[in-house]
Design a protein around this ligand. Sequence first.
Ligand SMILES: [Zn+2]
Length: 126
Amino acid sequence: MEATEANEACGKRCAVSKERKLKFQYHWLEKYPWIQYNSTTDGMLCQYCTHIYKEDESVLKHTQGAWISRPVSNWKKALDKMKTHAASDWHKLAKAKYDAERQIQSRTRALLCASTLNQKAKKSTL
Ligand SMILES: [Zn+2]
């Protein structure tokens, strides 16, 4: 009899702790590295989408700002939401633009470096 009671008690406790476990899981970042988790707001934003769409009214209206200006914090369906967002056209486009921007930035830096070297070279020949 005692064992059954203990099991019941554990069952209740486990149910409670399962409920409390609903929070951001850092290992999600391994699968979705674009997630930016803010522990103050306890919500997730998308690194690419916030960067690309933060001032894009039409996208903000269409997505209701989710992942961009409105943090996602529904942990019950968090994985579904991540999966859906990762597969969305908005996100794919944002990622492509973000990557392109970064490529341009690194190329510009390389060019600036090269031109500085050229100027130095010119000066030394004068
Ligand atoms: Zn995104």
